[in-house]
Design a protein around this ligand. Structure first.
Ligand code: URA
Length: 259
């Protein structure tokens, strides 16, 4: 194991096992166990190191080791690596890959959607399907884009099979990742699209109709971030007559914080 691999293991709080020299007739079994553990750690570290160097949404398919990671210690790239290896809920079994974010931390606006769909699961980027095209057009209409000044992420980082709704246990398992993303990215404004983004971050079961049209606050790591709730673009594709309300929400967003 090289020193970079050891550093990553340390940051992820995975113990680095040193193989004791095997004395004749004593401790052979525990030495074998340590050797296996050391080999496994080296494999995890190698996978994590290559992921950090080239975060191309490649998966590190490991066991339940992400359970013990202290997310507060991870920077953006390490967080992405942790997400790509996540096994906190059953969605890890059916996902093609995790979908972390589009855009870079530091953007003033952060858009939060629900969960990857089929195309996002395939491409590893949020909002790249039909709903994503609508979102891009809506953002462009107010001078914003994922390429320039908007960071986009979802409540869930893995696709629910058949695009079913996220289950409460999945939202709970994934929530720490979204919170850490917000903490690291430090957006000055949040646009919450759809009921899962709204309920996760505002801790309310209110309908979009009852939550839109006003400024909410989302408290993350000591910062109080203004947030606007609006309809999810997938809903707008099904109910185009609601687009006027989404447009009003966007104007409220721009009045609250220029992108
Ligand atoms: N819907 C979402 O909420 N997020 C995506 O990334 C794609 C569709």
């Amino acid at each position: 194991m090289n020193s970079r691999q050891a550093q990553i293991l340390q940051a992820l709080e995975i113990p680095v096992w040193q193989l004791r020299s095997t004395r004749a007739g004593a401790g052979v079994e525990s030495a074998a166990g340590e050797a296996a553990e050391a080999a496994q750690n080296a494999e995890i570290a190698a996978a994590a190191a290559s992921e950090v160097q080239q975060p191309a949404h490649a998966q590190i398919s490991r066991g339940a080791w992400t359970e013990s990671i202290d997310l507060a210690r991870l920077d953006w790239d390490a967080l992405q690596s942790a997400v790509s290896a996540c096994t906190r809920c059953g969605l890890c079994k059916s996902r093609r890959q995790t979908v972390f974010a589009a855009g870079r931390p530091g953007a003033r606006w952060m858009v939060v959607g629900e969960a990857p769909g089929a195309e996002e699961d395939q491409q590893g980027e949020p909002f790249v399907g039909q709903a994503g095209k609508l979102l891009d057009n809506m953002l462009r209409s107010v001078g914003a884009s994922r390429e320039r000044n908007v960071l986009i992420a979802n409540v869930l980082k893995c696709r629910p099979p058949g695009n079913r709704n996220p289950e409460p246990a999945e939202v709970a398992a994934c929530a720490p990742y979204l919170m850490r993303q917000i903490e690291l990215a430090q957006p000055e404004f949040l646009l919450l699209l759809g009921k899962f983004a709204a309920s996760s971050l505002l801790h309310t079961e209110g309908s979009i109709a009852s939550l839109r049209g006003r400024i909410h606050r989302v408290d993350v790591a000591g910062r109080s971030i203004p947030a606007v709730v609006s309809y999810h673009p997938a809903y707008l594709l099904r109910q185009p007559e609601e687009k006027a309300k989404a447009w009003a929400d966007l104007k409220l967003a721009v009045r609250t914080m220029q992108p």
